[in-house]
Design a protein around this ligand. Structure first.
Ligand code: FAD
Length: 318
């Protein structure tokens, strides 16, 4: 069953399902580390599991003759393989993240064909961030500048349209497409209204649901949903939660993701610097309970690969 169907069913039954996001293993690591992160969470009947995609970076290596060679490296390759492995081992739908950054339309088409053959029919279509050391996001010369264009490519493929025209034999794909949304507005957007217009573009291009950036104040999510509905965005909007886990998160998360840390959470974390993980669990669990009471069909948890805290939250909510 595809993810949008799972979301609709949960909404129809008035239940709130649990879902979470994982990173593929670091290059050189085995799939065991990913399974070890998933195993403790299977008790909570996850609706689906998202697997992130990590773009390439440029590495400069000094050669024996003193000159330098630049080459492309990917610290976390393997999203297609690990998504298929998880789906096969656990029988749980996986949502493969796919980005525009660093990829041509042809690379993307190849990845989608692999995914289709492997039974991966759920995609979260994203633009991705700029490459480290680049001043701003630069699309691949034969790629996409915005996630809406990637959504359009995937939706076209579902209609049997390939990048360079019709294929002779046309097997139709059935990708269910999700996209990202930002309750506190994406950092590059000219205004919240502009950001919503672009989100609407993604939905009009074929996205069936939205997953939000993390937020620590539910009022911001509820306000975002209200603004989306007023802007004509009527697809499900799945809230994304990340528990605060280290004292550094108090500065890093606002800097990197442009999210606001409520004063009460900051005070509590600063008062208990040795117990920030515990503070984060309590805060996120309270957020999840309120979202569940409000009737959201699914809550998406950002794990960053460690899931002991997510298990504690799930135990108290689902
Ligand atoms: P877009 O929707 O393209 O928007 C990016 C910016 O461009 C916004 O400011 C938007 O307002 C603006 N914009 C959009 N369309 C236009 C237009 N036509 N003209 C002018 N401006 C426009 N990153 C990864 O690398 N890998 C992942 O696995 C990953 N997973 C994520 C999962 C979730 C749930 C979320 C919320 C984010 C994730 N990201 C991931 C991060 C994401 O790639 C970044 O936030 C990125 O900067 C924006 O991606 P987007 O898909 O929202 O881009």
């Amino acid at each position: 069953m595809n993810v949008v169907e799972l979301i609709r069913r949960a909404a129809a039954h008035g239940t709130t399902r649990f879902a979470f996001e994982l990173l593929p293993p670091l290059k050189g690591d085995s799939k065991r580390s990913v399974y070890d992160a998933i195993d403790p969470l299977t008790d909570f009947d996850p609706a689906y599991i998202n697997v992130t995609y990590h773009r390439e970076s440029l590495k400069r290596t000094k050669l024996p003759d003193g000159t330098f060679e630049e080459h492309v490296v990917r610290r976390r390759p393997g999203t297609v393989g690990i998504s298929a492995a998880i789906q096969k081992k656990y029988g749980i739908e996986t949502v493969h993240h796919l980005i525009c950054g660093g990829l041509s339309k042809y690379d993307i088409e190849d990845a989608l064909i692999d995914m289709d053959f492997l039974g991966l029919h759920n995609v979260l279509a994203l633009r991705g961030d700029k490459r480290r050391n680049e001043p701003r996001f630069a699309p691949h010369p034969k790629g996409h500048a915005h996630a809406a264009e990637l959504v359009r490519q995937i939706a076209d493929m579902n209609r049997g349209r390939f990048v360079d025209g019709e294929a002779e034999v046309c097997h139709r794909t059935h990708f269910s497409i999700g996209v990202a949304g930002y309750p506190e507005t994406h950092g590059e957007a000219a205004s919240p209204e502009e950001d919503l217009r672009h989100l609407r573009e993604k939905v009009e291009a074929g996205a069936e649901y939205v997953v939000t950036q993390m937020f620590f104040d539910n009022a911001r999510y509820f306000d975002f949903v209200r603004r989306c509905r007023a802007a004509g965005i009527d697809v499900p909007i799945i809230p994304g939660l990340k528990p605060l886990a280290t004292p550094q998160h108090l500065t890093v998360l606002p800097e990197v993701f442009g999210v606001h840390i409520p004063e009460a959470l900051r005070r509590e974390a600063e008062a208990r610097p040795d117990a920030v993980r515990e503070v984060g669990i309590e805060w996120a669990a309270a957020q999840a309970r309120e979202l569940k009471a409000a009737g959201v069909p699914v809550i998406h948890f950002y794990t960053m690969g460690r899931t002991d805290n997510i298990r504690r939250i799930a135990q108290s909510v689902f």
